[in-house]
Design a protein around this ligand. Structure first.
Ligand code: ADP
Length: 355
């Protein structure tokens, strides 16, 4: 066995989650046979939320023991680098993947799911931002226990001009921005279309998001105008639709799918929230199959979600021994993998070289 053999054999294995070889996915960052004969393989995962580390490790171990009987056991280690569509590139942002979270109607837990998704991806180690585009009922600051006024910081633009930029408010390691930071809680805000467009543009292009792996956007329920603006400004990784298991709620999910189709935002799939005795279970899965879109998992109905949300401690769902922690982490993994897969299904066009 030599390093070249090892690399080509390992590269020909199929990734257990994405139906391509490790070689095609560019996931083998190192394959070396050490002086004492130990094969050392380093695998670079496309997201820290990758669910199949153990299976990869086993596949490499058994390849080595079958192909080179008697060789020392392979040492397999993992690194990660989030792959993305450069979602914010059009407007000068360094955000790999923007994921919009929408629903056909209010009250299904869309904002709660957005916040759980942001903190869940953060708990795997990703750099995450959460933007509240639900300008009519901004609930992200409350759910995350964040308050205060975002600061304006002056930056030098490319031509030396001074450009003011909004600093998001960081809470428990996630960068947050919401209309809720800018108006009083009891103040109603009436937005006309062009103002809304301008505000969202500021929230994106004139905000210091820094380098992010994922920016989660909590959309207002139903209507398409916010989605249309986002679709114009960003190359979204896609939209996640949240719905509850009941039939009536599912009809709204179908409307949401059609809305995203109209504004050309790819749908990553449906999440069923509040699964359990009260509302039933499985409706969203059936609907996903019928609509031919991926099902992204179930979040159980559980009082701790409401309590932690009410107390501004949604991030604690991932610290404490919460019954929602595991299912929510699984939903985060499925969404992150769906993003990684969609990237391969719609490969980026090669950039034009200017001669
Ligand atoms: P939306 O953004 O769709 O209007 P919210 O996220 O504000 O919905 O959630 C509506 C209510 O449902 C909130 O009180 C929230 O705490 C509660 N809720 C959301 N998801 C769950 C869940 N999985 N279990 C229990 N309560 C939930």
């Amino acid at each position: 066995m030599n390093s070249t053999d090892l690399k080509s054999s390992v590269s020909a294995l199929y990734d257990p989650e994405i139906n391509r070889t490790f070689g095609e996915l560019g996931m083998i960052s190192k394959a070396e046979v050490q002086a004492n004969g130990t094969p050392v393989v380093e695998v670079e995962l496309p997201t820290p939320a990758y669910p199949g580390r153990e299976r990869i490790s086993q596949a490499i171990q058994s390849l080595v023991s079958q192909k080179w009987p008697g060789s020392p056991a392979a040492q397999v280690s993992f690194t990660w680098m989030v792959r993305g569509k450069d979602s914010g590139g059009k407007i000068g942002l360094r955000i790999k993947n923007v994921i919009a979270v929408g629903s056909g109607k209010g009250g299904v837990g869309k904002s709660t799911t957005s916040a759980m998704l942001a903190y869940g991806l953060k708990s795997f180690g990703a750099k995450v931002g959460l933007m509240d585009a639900d300008v009519y009922g901004p609930s992200i600051p409350h759910l995350c226990g964040a308050s205060g006024q975002p600061e304006m910081v002056e930056h030098r633009g490319p031509d030396g001009q001074v450009v003011p930029r909004i600093q998001p408010i960081e809470k428990n390691g996630v960068k947050l921005l919401s209309m809720g930071f800018l108006v009083k809680e009891d103040q109603a805000v009436i937005w006309r279309g062009p103002m809304l467009h301008k505000l969202l543009t500021q929230f994106l292009a004139q905000t210091d998001w820094g380098d992010l792996d994922y920016l989660i956007i909590d959309l207002p329920p139903g209507t398409g105008d916010v989605s249309l603006t986002l679709s114009q400004l960003l190359g979204l990784a896609g939209a996640v639709i949240v719905c509850t298991p009941q039939k009536v709620a599912l009809l709204d999910a179908v409307k949401a799918i059609s809305m995203f189709n109209q504004v050309k935002i790819p749908v990553l799939g449906i999440v069923e929230n509040m699964t359990g005795e009260i509302f039933g279970r499985g409706g969203a899965k059936d609907q996903a199959v019928k609509s031919n879109i991926p099902f992204l998992g179930e979040i159980p109905i559980n009082a701790s979600v409401r309590v932690l949300g009410d107390e501004g401690r949604i991030a604690d769902l991932f610290k404490e021994d919460s019954p929602v922690r595991e299912p929510m982490l699984q939903v985060c993994q499925t969404i992150a993998m769906q993003v990684a897969k969609s990237l391969l299904e719609t490969p980026e066009l090669p950039s034009l070289e200017i001669l």
